[in-house]
Design a protein around this ligand. Structure first.
Ligand code: NAG
Length: 421
């Protein structure tokens, strides 16, 4: 396959060569002069930077693929349903070879919030901080991010909206192997850590939870559906259809509410919800055998458990930095993954004092402010501010600054050379 860019380049070169032969050697110098002038004004002659690898990526092939199928729908519940997605994705990758390298580990993060303004006066402020946190994490690891704040399916409100956004993202990003859904109220609190993707090579979905607890007790809190990795696959498209069929747009919504309330005795409200639906499917072999329930690290952790440990973790990390000069070296943000590997060596066997990877502010509802009555609104927003400042310190470090007080992120101080020797 020849890309349009490469074809253009080839025809320009052929044109140049035939002209040179016709004109003869004496005219070459004059011709090169005119060529240079012409090139600089002719927008169709690619400059060296335009023919680079990255630029080829911006051009589509003229070959037909699944996007040309008029029956293709990005929506859930489409008819006819998508079939043969794995083959269609592979064909697209073959047509776009610059994306084939690295495809098995490529991730697109999808997150989002409601279309309208938040009811809580600080809701939009908190959502912006939570989004900044995800953007920082993605930039450090070369992950693309899509923030969706449109209700793609009008009846799939609240926690059901993610299923529609994730499906659309799968079709929009055939180059990505994994779609990483992260709820708006979850924050990355270890900016270095990356999920160990090879561990999940036999699975199509990764969630946080306790598999034995789910099998023995059918507990509603055994998995949290706020963060998940979903392999861009026909399996995932089928799974999303089944999962979403328990949602409010389905004629069986009320029936699912009853079924799920019967199965999960600890479920706190009678309506069908994404979390109990996910656990219900996990407990069915057909789906469960492809879902990895991760409990070795905080793929997603409960903020009430995590936030009180932040001071001790900070002290532990500072102590390690005092002892390991390599970790104190200033460096470009782009090479921070190399320093993450040095951290890994230092943290081996010290799992208890590792930065928690993702902190989920379950029950805090930063946008509406309708937090769970178990906590005060202040405890939620204070915990969020503290956790986000803790994460931001890991980012600001590369920019030469830090928040000395995690409770007041408006203050920053410059970091001295060789901090914290
Ligand atoms: C922090 O460390 C101190 C001293 O080791 C310990 O007493 C305390 O319980 C720890 N706090 C938390 C929240 O883990």
């Amino acid at each position: 396959m020849v890309s349009p860019d490469a074809m253009l380049k080839r025809s320009n070169t052929a044109l140049l060569l035939s002209a040179v032969f016709r004109l003869g050697g004496s005219a070459v110098v004059a011709f090169m002069f005119i060529w240079t002038i012409w090139s600089s004004f002719n927008p169709f002659i690619p400059t060296p930077s335009q023919t680079s690898h990255t630029n080829l990526r911006r051009h589509d092939t003229t070959e037909r693929n699944f996007y040309d199928d008029p029956t293709l729908s990005y929506a859930l519940g489409s008819s006819p349903p998508m079939k043969g997605w794995d083959e269609k994705r592979q064909e697209w990758l073959k047509q776009h070879p610059s994306f084939a390298a690295g495809a098995p580990t490529r991730i697109i993060m999808v997150t989002g919030s409601q279309p309208g303004p938040c009811k809580s006066p600080i809701g939009d402020h908190l959502l912006l901080k939570l989004f900044k946190n995800k953007v920082d994490y993605c930039r450090r690891h070369g992950i693309d991010i899509f923030y969706n704040n449109a209700l793609l399916h009008p009846q799939m409100f609240s926690f059901w909206a993610k299923t529609a956004a994730v499906r659309a993202a799968m079709l929009a990003h055939p180059e990505a192997e994994w779609i990483w859904w992260v709820d708006s109220d979850a924050a990355f609190t270890d900016m270095d850590f990356l999920p160990p993707l090879p561990r999940y090579h036999r699975h199509n979905m990764v969630v946080h939870g306790w598999a034995h607890l789910l099998r023995e007790k059918h507990t509603w809190t055994g998995i949290n559906a706020g963060v998940f990795l979903l392999r861009n696959s026909q399996w995932a498209l089928d799974f999303l259809e089944v999962w979403a069929s328990m949602g409010p747009q389905s004629p069986d919504y009320a029936k699912w509410g009853q079924t799920l309330s019967t199965v999960f005795k600890d479920k706190i409200f009678p309506e069908s919800d994404d979390q109990s639906g996910l656990i219900y499917l996990y407990l069915r072999e057909k789906w469960g055998e492809k879902i990895y329930v991760e409990d070795e690290y905080y793929f997603e952790g409960y903020w009430l458990e995590i936030v009180p440990t932040i001071e001790n973790i900070t002290a532990r990390y500072t102590e390690i930095e005092r002892n390991v000069g390599a970790l104190r070296r200033r460096h470009a943000e782009k090479v921070s993954e190399g320093y993450a590997r040095v951290w890994e060596e230092q943290l081996k066997g010290k799992e208890g004092l590792r930065r928690p990877f993702v902190t989920h502010f379950t029950g805090c509802q930063p946008c509406t402010g309708n937090h769970n009555q178990m906590y005060s609104g202040d405890s939620c927003s204070n915990a969020m501010i503290k956790a986000l400042a803790f994460a931001d310190n890991q980012v600001l470090r590369n920019y030469g600054f830090m928040h000395p007080d995690l409770h007041d992120p408006s203050i920053v101080i410059p970091l001295p050379f060789d901090y914290p020797a």
